[in-house]
Design a protein. Structure first.
Lengths: 373, 326, 375
């Protein structure tokens, strides 16, 4: 046990009386914590603890007289020295543990989502003018959005509202125009048309979701159509994941949000994706990251009108499926005429990377999926 | 494994290295018999004898210069300056000699010396005992400046400093000396120099700090977490040479950066970091990079000392201001 | 200079020519048994002055004891005791004249209180308040010096200024035994000797520099002889004999003031407490050493002498103690009653006029101060 003796409380007197203990045996105290109130001839003084530790013994009760330098308080001594260890000042001592947590040497390796590079002035302008930076086309180096880029978008907004005849395309329309040109210049498209007999499908079936499921099945059977092709290097990459781009129409133009890893999605998840994306496109809150990474595309243009089409492939994918308007039709089965339902399908494929055989087998898989169900 | 304080970790590292490298010699005022005024060299005299643990006469310039000579001739001196405030008489030896000898002799002579000193305010000491002037050394080419903030890092970084073939200024935050304990394995494993340590990961703001301010910064980060703001906390540790890559990667992620140091604002190391962040990460910043630091005053005596040291509240206020930028 | 001349011994070998010899004198008038060993100086018979010196030493001791107790009860910061060294500081202070300048280190209460510094101010300094270094606005003395051994150079500068302005005075540079290892100490003495500056270097050799004993600080048997390398006289004095302290200081100051010849005085005493209240000397100080040295302590020594001269009684002792206790109490009250400086004062003494660049930070502190007041 380490004993703390009553220090000279400064009155030059030989003793002092215990007025009141502030601690009891077993208490854990910190340095400077008042232990006891002592009365000398003239004053009542608090005696602070010289150590941090646990009280083992009190050498007196209230009203006892203690001589200067006589034992006052006993502390439980531990292996670690109680020595103050200083020559000036007072070091804060704590019994608490230093909690480092998980210390990483160097950078924290977290998944970096898209890092948007934006000039600070552009950021401020966009915020003040309520511009969605996702809609701004960057023209600065390395994808930097400049003030000029934001201003262009602003101009476009104001110009459409005054209904001029000519307008320079901006934003999504501009991107669409540029992408279409690129596509037609590079790709060698061939289109196959076919009908799917969906007479046996229940009336309330979610056709778009079935189509997506059909595409997944077909892509597994014929992976050549779920690929990326680089026309310059002539490199083809078969993709493990099936990310289906879903063409969605809006006032601004064509958006193609991507359903990532469609092969892992249930019916409900697919429907949710479709609904979410429809809403996101409608209120212009779709994030750029959601419009990237498609491995194959579906265009459901038939919601409005049209049977067959030659849809444009979006590079670097090599295939796009278009679904026209379903209709009632006269069908011949085993020589008998029946009233059935038809879903017209068009498959455009890039003949640089996909063979006719691969494409037709792909289409057959789609139809088989739809007709089996 | 016993849990030890930061100052005990210093002792542990010194004992380990002295055991394994007969060239390591500890020197300074009151480091032998007294074990150092903070007990950082406790027990070393008994263990290694008076040839290797030197109670020097009271002369800082002598300590600096003699250590340089010893190091050039193949010893590995670990010289203590009792407080950073008393390192200044040795500046000539450190700047004109320790930092320069390798360069001047094109590598023929080198100076593997460690100059260690307790530094920083917050222990209610008389004047001159609370200095935080690491920027002076950070400015000198040829030196390394290393500042631990936990017992484990004190152990690992001191070992690294002693083993490093070039001069290291090793500054130990005195107000963390006995504050809290940690298990520190006495396995002789050094931590890497020249690299930052990410203590907390987060998405909303990057807090860059070192030394005793790590304590306040972590406390602020915890409170911010409760508010739904996730802060990434980086302990720079090696102030010079600076691992800016770790800081930049973090700033690119969070878009907000605050540097916290006890040293006065002007000419502090925080200014260097802000400059680098502005030069290289400007376009990913959502808000200006700012510093929370000591005032541009002489560290006040004990009575006003606590108002000088940046508080948890000050750090949190700075974060709140930056979070207004979205 | 002793020139023995060239001689050859019987074997025909050249004898070495001694070109310089040095002596270091030791002074003690009142010995350990409180007997006068030499009949001069006049001070030994000047009972009034001796009583004054005695009172001052008792006051210093009382204040010192109180300061330690204040620190132990959390009311004062780290404090370096002057216990056992009262004769050195009181004697030096008594020997100095008003227009001399004093350059202290940090145990100098005994000198400072004779030169216009209030006891409450000394408490203020160790209590962590910058105003403790103010010393009274009329004072020309230098403030406490914490970086050991840095102040002798300041003393030398002050001496040069005095000489330059043709002022009639001398400078006293006070330091401890540890400081004599610092380069600054030698540089100060060297230039003082070279330029014949009116400065007296005094070492309070209390035989400890924190944990380093005197014999591990330097190889020379005396510290006094370090002046030889600087070209002037060094004397060793019994620091427990206030008569010797006072007398040798007076003589040294005369030499400096009138002839521009500096002097080094080594006052040998003993540190009768830890280095500071935060130190623990039991770790390195040989047991019983302090008790042994206490037999030579200066206050009792003078008292016994005064009693032998029938100049002091038990009753007078009681009275003095009570007076000192009262004076110390007043000082403590004054110290504790002093309101803290406002926080913005951190900026108010950096420059003659605070540059614009820092007004914002000062304002921040002002606001913090107001918040504190309202809290």
């Amino acid at each position: 046990m380490k004993i703390f003796h009553l220090p000279d409380l400064g009155e030059g007197l030989a003793e002092a009386e215990i007025r009141e203990w502030y601690v009891k045996v077993g208490d854990v105290v910190t340095v400077d914590q008042p232990l006891v109130s002592m009365e000398t001839a003239k004053a009542v003084v608090d005696v602070p603890s010289p150590y941090a530790g646990k009280i083992a013994q009190l050498f007196g009760k209230d009203n006892d007289i203690i001589q200067t330098n006589a034992p006052l308080v006993g502390f439980e001594s531990d292996k670690i020295k109680q020595d103050e260890g200083s020559v000036v000042g007072k070091l804060e001592k704590s019994e608490s543990k230093w909690d480092d947590g998980d210390v990483i040497i160097g950078q924290a390796k977290t998944k970096l989502t898209e890092v948007n590079k934006i000039m600070p002035a552009a950021r401020v302008l966009a915020k003040e003018m309520n511009i969605d930076l996702a809609l701004v086309v960057p023209t600065g180096p390395q994808g930097l959005i400049t003030v000029g880029d934001v201003k262009k978008l602003l101009l476009e907004r104001s110009s459409t509202s005054t209904a001029k005849h000519t307008e320079t395309l901006h934003g999504v329309r501009r991107v669409m125009a540029q992408a279409m040109v690129q596509s037609s210049q590079e790709i060698v498209p061939v289109t196959i048309f076919e009908d799917a007999d969906i007479t046996s499908l229940p009336a309330n079936v979610d056709l778009t979701v079935e189509l997506l499921k059909a595409i997944v099945t077909a892509a597994k059977a014929e992976p050549a159509l779920n690929a990326w092709f680089d026309g310059k290097t002539l490199e083809r990459t078969l993709m493990d994941k099936i990310n289906i781009g879903l063409a969605v129409d809006s006032k601004e133009g064509l958006f193609v949000p991507v359903i990532k890893e469609a092969e892992k999605c249930s019916h409900e998840e697919l429907r949710k994706y479709i609904e979410d994306y429809k809403h996101a496109v409608a209120n212009r809150s779709i994030a750029p990251s959601n419009m990237q990474g498609a491995t194959i595309t579906l265009s459901n243009f038939g919601m409005i009108a049209g049977r067959y089409a030659t849809p444009i492939i979006l590079p670097p994918t090599v295939a796009i499926i278009a679904c026209g308007r379903t209709r009632e039709a006269a069908l011949c089965r085993k020589g008998k005429l029946i009233a059935g339902r038809i879903m017209p399908l068009s498959l455009t494929f890039d003949h640089r990377a996909v063979t006719g055989g691969e494409a037709t087998r792909f289409l057959k898989e789609i139809i088989r999926y739809l007709e089996k169900e | 494994m016993p849990e030890i304080t930061l100052v005990e970790a210093v002792t542990q590292a010194l004992a380990y290295e002295m055991q394994n490298d007969p060239n390591v010699v500890v020197m300074g005022e009151d480091v032998g018999k007294d074990g150092g005024v903070f007990r950082a060299t406790q027990g070393l005299l008994d263990k290694f004898g008076s040839q290797r643990v030197l109670d020097t006469p009271l002369a800082e310039s002598m300590i600096g210069g003699m250590a340089v000579g010893m190091a050039i001739r193949g010893l590995k001196p670990v010289a203590e300056f009792q407080f950073m405030g008393f390192i200044y008489p040795a500046m000539d030896q450190i700047i004109n000699h320790a930092a320069r000898i390798r360069n001047r002799t094109r590598g023929r002579l080198t100076c593997p010396v460690v100059f260690r000193a307790p530094f920083g305010a917050g222990i209610h000491a008389p004047e001159h005992h609370s200095e935080s002037t690491e920027a002076l050394f950070a400015h000198i080419p040829g030196l390394r400046v290393v500042i631990p903030s936990s017992p484990r890092r004190a152990y690992g970084l001191l070992l690294a400093a002693i083993r490093d073939p070039d001069p290291v200024i090793f500054l130990e935050p005195s107000r963390l000396y006995r504050f809290a304990k940690q298990e520190v394995n006495d396995d002789g494993n050094a931590l890497p120099l020249d690299v930052c340590f990410t203590l907390r990961t987060g998405q909303d703001v990057t807090l860059v700090t070192w030394g005793a301010m790590v304590k306040e910064t972590l406390a602020a980060a915890d409170k911010l977490n409760d508010e739904g703001v996730s802060a990434e906390v980086i302990d720079v540790a090696t102030i010079k040479p600076l691992d800016i890559e770790t800081i930049l990667a973090s700033v690119e992620k969070t878009g907000r950066c605050i540097i916290i140091h006890e040293a006065p604002l002007t000419g502090g190391v925080g200014a260097d970091i802000v400059a680098l962040v502005a030069e290289r990460a400007l376009f990913t910043l959502k808000a200006p990079p700012v510093r929370v630091t000591g005032f541009d005053t002489i560290v006040p005596y004990a009575r006003m000392e606590k108002y000088y040291i940046p508080s948890e509240k000050k750090i949190m206020n700075a974060v709140h201001r930056l979070m207004e930028f979205t | 200079m002793l020139n023995i001349g060239i001689k050859k011994d019987e074997k025909g070998v050249l004898e070495v020519k001694i070109i310089e010899r040095f002596e270091v004198a030791y002074y003690q008038y009142l010995n350990e048994e409180s007997h006068l060993t030499h009949d001069f100086p006049a001070l030994a018979h000047d009972i009034q002055s001796l009583l004054q010196l005695y009172r001052l030493m008792v006051l210093v001791r009382t204040m010192d004891t109180k300061a330690i107790a204040l620190q132990r009860t959390g009311k004062l910061g780290t404090y370096p005791s002057t216990r056992g060294q009262e004769a050195v500081f009181v004697g030096v202070g008594h020997a100095m004249q008003k227009n001399d300048i004093y350059v202290p280190y940090y145990r100098d209460m005994g000198t400072l209180i004779q030169r216009g510094v209030k006891l409450s101010q000394i408490l203020l300094y160790w209590g962590g308040d910058e105003r403790g270094n103010v010393f009274g606005n009329e004072s020309n003395d230098f403030p406490f010096s914490v970086p050991v051994g840095s102040q002798p150079l300041h003393a030398v500068g002050a001496a040069y200024a005095m000489k330059y302005k043709k002022e009639k005075g001398a400078v006293v540079s006070m330091c401890g035994d540890g400081a004599t290892s610092q380069g600054d100490f030698y540089e100060a003495m060297n230039v003082a000797g070279m330029w014949k500056l009116p400065v007296v270097f005094i070492i309070c050799n209390n035989q400890w520099a924190i944990s380093v004993p005197r014999d591990q600080q330097t190889a020379t048997p005396t510290l006094a002889q370090k002046s030889i390398a600087a070209g002037f006289i060094g004397e060793q004095v019994d620091g427990n004999d206030i008569i010797a302290v006072q007398h040798r200081t007076v003589e040294a100051l005369k030499s400096a003031r009138e002839k521009g010849e500096p002097r080094l005085l080594e006052m040998v005493c003993y540190r009768q407490h830890d280095h500071t209240t935060a130190d623990d000397a039991s770790r390195y100080e040989p047991k019983d050493r302090r008790e042994q040295e206490w037999k030579k302590e200066p206050v009792a020594r003078l008292r016994h002498y005064l009693e032998q001269q029938n100049a002091w009684s038990e009753k007078q002792e009681e009275l003095l103690r009570a007076e000192c206790a009262l004076e110390v109490d007043e000082a403590v009250k004054e110290y504790q009653g002093m309101p803290s400086q406002p926080l913005e004062s951190m900026f108010d003494y950096l420059y003659a006029q605070l540059p614009k660049a820092y007004s914002e930070q000062r304002h921040m502190l002002k606001e913090m101060e107001e918040d504190l007041r309202h809290a």
